[in-house]
Structures are given as structure tokens and as C-alpha cells.
Design a protein around this ligand. Structure first.
Ligand code: HEM
Length: 235
């Protein structure tokens, strides 16, 4: 067993990977502000919950106007833990939007997007747009009155974009009317297109977070001066 572990360690670089990911140094944050640094990991946790519950829901959901609504009822009423899974996925989506937005705000207000972390921020903006895309496309899937008309409003808003608006509306709907093609399209975007983009973007995002290390908490100039008081270091 021991030699198997040794074999694994040298072949997969497990120790180096562990040290780089989990045993790395992070700057000290004072008081409650330390909690703000957990928002990225909290977003990652909820994203994982969404991926797992989404995959389980997809096993019983049928993306067609004739069956979508009934398949959701089937999940709620017949599938083992179906209502619980659906609830987790539903509230997980809301939690994700809130957590990612708060994470973005903490990064902005602490100036953590500045040199050398601009690329981390830019990839983050892409992730934020994808999270919005998940919410928008997921909302239609239950195919009830609320889903249908709310999506109609969303599609009509995007159709107001100057010059290309009408085209965007048509592409989203898959034609002039909202119907079977729209539902299939939204489902494909939700389970194929957006997951592929977010997985790639998250891999880059997290690599950059580890690569650059976490930024220092911003300090007030007076605090910096006090810190160096008596040390002979001049500001
Ligand atoms: C699913 C969405 C996201 C996940 C899972 C995620 C994950 C993380 C994690 C784990 C960290 C390190 C810990 C921390 O600072 O909280 C981090 C840092 C960072 N994130 Fe995100 N993030 C997401 C979205 C975003 C968004 C939307 C932005 C901005 C538009 C962003 C910009 C940054 C930046 C600039 C850092 C570096 C902060 C520093 O070094 O202090 N992230 N992210």
C-alpha cells in the first residue's frame, strides 16, 4: 500500500499539487473582513452543488413543450428526493448570483483587480455573464406560465439592442415565435454551452488565483506609517 502511494505521488505530483493549492500562504486579514475572502470559495461550493443537482434533474427532465411541465411535476411528486433536489437547484441558482456578485464587489472595493490580477478580473467578468446566462436559460425550463412570459419579456428586452437586437431575439427564440425550438435551444445552452464555457473559465480563474496568490488587504496610509513607527523605515 505504501509503495503504491509512493508510486502515485511521484507519477502525479500529488505532494507538489497539494502544497501549491492548499498549503500556500495567504495574507492575514483582520477581523470580520477575513470572511470576505471566503466568497470565492463559497461561489465554487454552490457551483459544485448546481452541477450535481443539475445532472440529477436532467435524468428526469424532458425538454419538449409537451412534456417539460409534466416532467417537472414528475420530479416533484414521484422521483426519490426529487422535490428536495429541485429546491436545492432553484435556491442554489439564487445563492450563486448573490455570492458571485458579493465576491465581485469585494474584489472591486479592495482593489484586488489591479496589477497583476487584471486577467483574473476579466475572466471573472466572463464568468459573471455566464452565471447570468444560466439563470436566464434555466428560468424557461419548467415551461409554466411564469417561465414562458418572463422569458418572453427577457427576449423582448434583448431585441431592443440597437442594430443587431432583432437578430439576437430571433436567434434566442429559434424563429419568430417562442415554442419548441426555443425550449430546446435554451436547454442546450443551459446543459452544454454554458457549462463548457464556465468550466474552462473557472480553470483559468482558479489557476490565476493560485499563480498570483491572494492580494493583501488594503490598508490606510496612517496604518502603514504606524506599523513602521520605531522601525527606522521612512514612508
Ligand atoms: C463562479 C464564480 C466564481 C468563482 C467560483 C470564483 C472563485 C474565486 C476564488 C476561490 C478566489 C480566491 C479567494 C477569494 O478571493 O475569494 C477568487 C479570487 C478572485 N476572483 Fe473570483 N470567482 C468567481 C467569480 C468572479 C467574478 C465574477 C470576478 C470579477 C468580475 C472575480 C474576480 C476575482 C479576482 C480579481 C480574484 C483575485 C482576488 C485577490 O487576489 O484578492 N471572480 N475567485
Amino acid at each position: 500500500m505504501n509503495s503504491f502511494w509512493e508510486w502515485m505521488k511521484t507519477r502525479l505530483g500529488i505532494e507538489e499539487l497539494w502544497n501549491a493549492l492548499f498549503a500556500r500562504h495567504v495574507p492575514e486579514a483582520k477581523g470580520w473582513t477575513a470572511w470576505l475572502y471566503t466568497l470565492g470559495s463559497a461561489s465554487l461550493f454552490v457551483f459544485t452543488v448546481q452541477a450535481i443537482t443539475g445532472a440529477l434533474l436532467a435524468m428526469n427532465y424532458v425538454p419538449s413543450p409537451d412534456h417539460a411541465y409534466d416532467s417537472i411535476r414528475f420530479i416533484n411528486e414521484q422521483v426519490l428526493l426529487g422535490r428536495f433536489l429541485r429546491g436545492l437547484h432553484h435556491w442554489g441558482a439564487t445563492a450563486m448570483v448573490i455570492l458571485v456578485s458579493l465576491h465581485m464587489l469585494r474584489v472591486y472595493f479592495m482593489g484586488s483587480y489591479k496589477y497583476p490580477r487584471e486577467a483574473t478580473w476579466i475572466v471573472g467578468v466572463l464568468i459573471f455573464l455566464v452565471v447570468m446566462g444560466f439563470s436566464f436559460t434555466g428560468y424557461l425550463l419548467p415551461w409554466d406560465q411564469k417561465a414562458y412570459w418572463a422569458t418572453m419579456v427577457g427576449v423582448n428586452i434583448s431585441a431592443q439592442v440597437p442594430v443587431i437586437g432583432e437578430y439576437i431575439g430571433k436567434v434566442l427564440k429559434g424563429g419568430d415565435e417562442m415554442g419548441a425550438v426555443t425550449l430546446t435551444r435554451f436547454y442546450a445552452i443551459q446543459v452544454l454551452v454554458l457549462p463548457a464555457i464556465i468550466l474552462g473559465a473557472l480553470a483559468i480563474h482558479l489557476f490565476l488565483v493560485v499563480w498570483h496568490g491572494i492580494s493583501e488587504s488594503p490598508t490606510r496610509k496612517e496604518d502603514d506609517q504606524n506599523k513602521n513607527a520605531g522601525t527606522g523605515i521612512l514612508q
